[in-house]
Write a protein that binds this ligand. Structure first.
Ligand SMILES: [Zn+2]
Length: 117
């Protein structure tokens, strides 16, 4: 199965602020959350079973291209990151918020809206 992906809207980037937890710096990883074009119900059904190997190969490079053009500072920070899929990326309590986590520490969260066709 071959799909072509394209980024639907602008990519939303948030930079979380440094903070401490119990007096220690709270270590953050840079994160990429993936939002394929789907309904809330589809999201509930699909979020534990994502084609993340394919997304990593197909969509992450598009995100990096987008950053290179639109957010060069973030691109510089992230261009050499290795991205691993984590079901608990955005929520340590439950698998509600999967996403890609970088191997380097940082506070950048990227939300990508995309479609496949
Ligand atoms: Zn949760």
């Amino acid at each position: 199965m071959t799909r072509t992906y394209y980024i639907k809207d602008d990519i939303e980037i948030k930079v979380e602020s440094y903070h401490e937890r119990k007096g220690e710096p709270h270590r953050f990883k840079n994160k990429i959350y993936m939002w394929p074009d789907e309904t809330v119900w589809e999201n509930l059904e699909n979020r534990r079973n994502r084609p993340h190997t394919e997304w990593k190969k197909e969509v992450i490079p598009m995100v990096m291209d987008w950053l290179k053009t639109n957010k060069p500072n973030h691109y510089e920070t992230l261009k050499d990151s290795k991205w691993g899929w984590r079901q608990n990326c955005g929520c340590s309590m439950c698998p509600c918020s999967p996403g890609f986590v970088s191997d380097n520490e940082g506070y950048i969260s990227i939300h990508v809206n995309f479609k496949s066709k």
